[in-house]
Design a protein around this ligand. Structure first.
Ligand code: ATP
Length: 274
């Protein structure tokens, strides 16, 4: 019996079920030109990446372990210096690294969600979401919902409602399941109304059902609010289903950049083939 290895690698790949937004005329919200990053002189991780992401797009970044996905995300938000080329994110353009002021401006307009949600476990769910306002005010008062201004608490409650967790507002974070905690992390990232949401493997530590819930929540909330979503994933079903576009990295290069509806099994097999 012959085995179709592509089918085995990506068994549930289906066609995209949502309508991709028409973003052609929209502004570029992220743009890199010849972006290079090397942590050491002889180890180039990103080798001249040209990438444009337009406002309102939902983009999945894929590639093998170590292909540079997280490095690219960090470069786009100025979390580490780049080695060459340029980045323009939300109108802040920089070469080696953003200035302190640019970094602040970027943080104010972006939300972040990571595989490990980093909630403060002893605090309430509401306090954790209110904490998302910290960058807005630069104030310790945002840390605890008892001392936060009422409009912030209201906003945090509304955002918790959007992720279907309003009834858990006063529970301690550590009383929630992993999937629920990741939804709190999404609320914390969304509470300030960011223009871009960056998510690094947001579903990686969740079971298939919770992971799917979280990804579908991301896609829906970002689409409803017109937020640009850029996420990394090793789950090709998530990438094809919840992103309008897939950008693949391989050996330091941009291997392909296509609408998710056009990505084939063999494209994916090639990305992950050594
Ligand atoms: N701070 C660092 N210092 C030195 N090398 C690093 C650093 N961060 C990442 N690297 C190296 O850069 C390469 C790309 O790492 P990166 O985390 O960007 O890959 P990735 O595609 O996100 O991987 P994964 O899918 O496993 O999360 C790896 O070889 C990694 O060891």
């Amino acid at each position: 019996m012959s085995i179709d290895h592509n089918q085995t690698l990506f068994p549930m790949l289906t066609t995209v079920s949502h309508l991709a937004p028409d973003v052609k005329g929209r502004d570029a919200i992220i743009q890199t030109k010849g972006l290079r990053k090397a942590y050491a002189r002889d180890r180039v991780i990103l080798n001249g990446i040209d990438l444009t992401i337009r406002s309102g797009e939902r983009v999945a970044l894929i590639g093998s372990n170590g292909s540079g996905k997280s490095t690219l995300l960090k470069s786009l938000i100025g979390l580490h210096p780049i080695s060459g080329g340029s980045v323009e994110t939300l109108g802040q353009s920089f070469e080696r690294a953003p200035s302190g002021k640019q970094r602040q401006a970027l943080r104010r307009q972006m939300g972040f969600v990571f595989q490990k949600h980093c909630l403060v476990q002893r605090r309430s769910v509401l306090s954790n979401v209110v904490h998302g306002m910290l960058g807005e005010a630069g104030s310790w008062r945002a840390f605890c919902h008892h001392t936060a201004p009422t409009p912030w608490r209201d906003m945090a409650l509304e955002t918790l409602d959007n992720v279907n967790l309003a009834s858990f507002a006063s529970s301690r974070a550590d009383a929630l399941s992993g999937g629920q905690q990741q939804r709190v992390a999404i609320a914390r990232a969304l509470v300030r109304g960011p223009k871009i949401l960056i998510a690094d493997e947001p579903a990686a530590s969740l079971d298939p059902v919770a992971g799917r819930d979280v990804m579908s929540l991301f896609a829906r909330l970002c689409q409803d609010a017109g937020i640009t979503l850029l996420f990394t994933s090793h789950d090709m079903v998530h990438a094809t289903e919840f992103a309008d576009r897939i950008v693949a990295l391989k050996a330091g290069n941009l291997f392909f950049d296509k609408p998710s509806s056009k990505v084939t099994q063999s494209d994916l097999a090639e990305v992950f083939h050594a």
